[in-house]
Design a protein around this ligand. Structure first.
Ligand SMILES: O=C(O)c1ccccc1N[C@@H]1O[C@H](COP(=O)(O)O)[C@@H](O)[C@H]1O
Length: 215
């Protein structure tokens, strides 16, 4: 069994095709207007049309209005939404697709906060990110040992924040997550993916064998 990989903040159709070809499981499209990876809805729809049959297209939102999120899901062909802002548990439902709730981790209290989202609304997956200034895409890691505190929760966890081709295998071994997510760690500049880095990242992450037990 290998880890799932989401490549986030793709802005160009040629990059999206290459990301799928490299073996990504999910593509992240950023709808946060302040992100350097922001895509207009028409561009997002074109990117989503590159989706292979088994791939997921995740829209990333920060404190966005539910009506706008529903419109993007409908018009851009999103298969999941990632809520990466200050959305409370009760805001994580009503989009017609599964929700990934992202939380920025500074310490154990944030992992404890993640528990408040379990079994609420349409939260199907939790994403743990580092606590960089702003809301995301900051390239900052967190204390991976904290992920173990969510093992009993029974919800898939994505580990994100500061992952790179050089540290992703270590992150997967340390946390044994459902998946990993990366934006800035595989770019030449914000929104422009370094395709060789994408390939190395996916190969490094998926080569870790999660069937093997810890000793
Ligand atoms: O990538 C962004 O610009 C972004 C903006 C606002 C919210 C989330 C964003 N991206 C998410 O941030 C994390 C970590 O990114 P990085 O690998 O450390 O650069 C990741 O989950 C992205 O989906």
């Amino acid at each position: 069994m290998s880890v799932h990989v989401k490549i986030c903040g793709v802005t160009r159709v040629e990059d999206a095709r290459a990301v799928w070809a490299a073996g990504a499981d999910a593509l992240g499209l950023n709808f946060y207007p302040r992100s350097p990876r922001f895509v207009q809805p028409e561009v997002a729809a074109a990117l989503a049309r590159t989706r292979p049959a088994l791939g997921a297209v995740v829209g990333v939102f920060v404190n966005e209005s539910p009506d706008v999120i529903r419109a993007r899901v409908r018009d851009c062909g999103l298969t999941a939404v990632q809520l990466h802002g200050d959305e409370p548990p009760e805001a994580c439902a009503g989009f017609g697709v599964p929700v990934i709730k992202a939380l920025r981790v500074r310490g154990p209290e944030d992992v404890e906060r993640a528990r408040q989202y379990m079994g609420v609304g349409d939260v199907a997956t939790l994403l743990l990110d580092g606590a960089a200034p702003g809301y995301g895409g900051g390239g900052v890691t967190f204390d991976w040992s904290l992920v173990a505190q969510l093992v009993d929760v029974g919800v898939p966890v994505l580990v994100a924040g500061g992952l790179t081709p050089g540290n992703v295998a270590q992150a997967v071994r340390a946390t044994r997550p459902y998946g990993v997510d990366v934006a800035s760690g595989v770019e030449t500049s914000p929104g422009i993916k370094d395709l060789e880095a994408v390939r190395t990242f996916i190969r490094s992450a998926k080569t870790v064998n999660l069937w093997e037990r810890h000793t």
